[in-house]
Design a protein around this ligand. Structure first.
Ligand code: GDP
Length: 203
């Protein structure tokens, strides 16, 4: 899938402020440091699209990028900052859930999961919430090229973490859902994810 153009349109601090031109949108969400900037740049064949500020405590914004003048790639604030105060987590929840529940042009969410670290409860919670609310979502596992860290206690191969995550999800939901293994180092999953987005874009 060729990317002819990517234009930054605007940052919004709530859904009332988001673009109103009706293009379908695909939103990207995940923990801070999950590899979102890297994956978005891989998808868009760009070196450095500026994504939402990554540091906790800054204003949380929704960023809209118009791709090929046909659909929006939406960058949402990251969740799960280790150092973030509880109030910030609550704010993330209100802000992002409002967007997920009320944004009519949202066609799909891509939830990024870091496959190089053990399964995180916050990722399970986010995926479960999306499913419970029937929001079409795809899991994109990032950093799948990383090798098992033998010396680190509990270090597992990325694929083991992916399997564990999927197993945990089956315990909490009976629905099936698409998932894709990706790596910005090898380019794995890039075309698959783009094709998947292209299918959804038309809904
Ligand atoms: P963001 O905070 O979610 O936007 O994450 P970044 O894209 O900035 O990536 C966080 C860190 O993970 C950086 O050090 C990246 O180099 C690294 N990273 C991201 N994607 C990959 C990947 O596919 N493979 C490997 N090995 N490292 C990655």
């Amino acid at each position: 899938v060729k990317i002819n153009s990517v234009e930054f349109i605007k940052s919004s601090d709530g859904i009332k402020d988001c673009p109103m031109d009706g293009f379908p949108e695909v939103a990207f969400v995940g923990r801070s440091n999950v590899g979102k900037s890297s994956l978005v740049n891989l998808l868009m064949e760009r070196k450095s699209l500026a994504l939402v500020s990554k540091k906790p405590g800054k204003t949380q914004l929704i960023n809209h990028f118009l791709v090929n003048k046909r659909w929006y790639l939406v960058d949402l604030p990251g969740y799960g900052f280790a150092s973030a105060p509880k109030t910030l987590c609550v704010k993330w929840n209100e802000f992002t859930k409002d967007y997920f529940l009320k944004r009519k042009t949202l066609v799909m969410v891509v939830q990024l999961i870091d496959s190089s670290i053990p399964v995180q409860q916050i990722d399970i919670d986010c995926a479960t919430w999306l499913k419970q609310h029937n929001i079409p979502s795809t899991l994109a596992f990032t950093k799948c090229d990383r090798k098992k860290k033998k010396r680190k206690t509990g270090g597992k191969h990325p694929v083991d973490n992916v399997v564990e995550f999927l197993q945990e999800m089956r315990l909490v939901t009976t629905q099936t859902y698409p998932w894709i293994l990706t790596s910005c180092v090898t380019g794995q999953g890039r075309d698959e994810l783009m094709m998947h987005i292209e299918e959804f874009r038309n809904y």
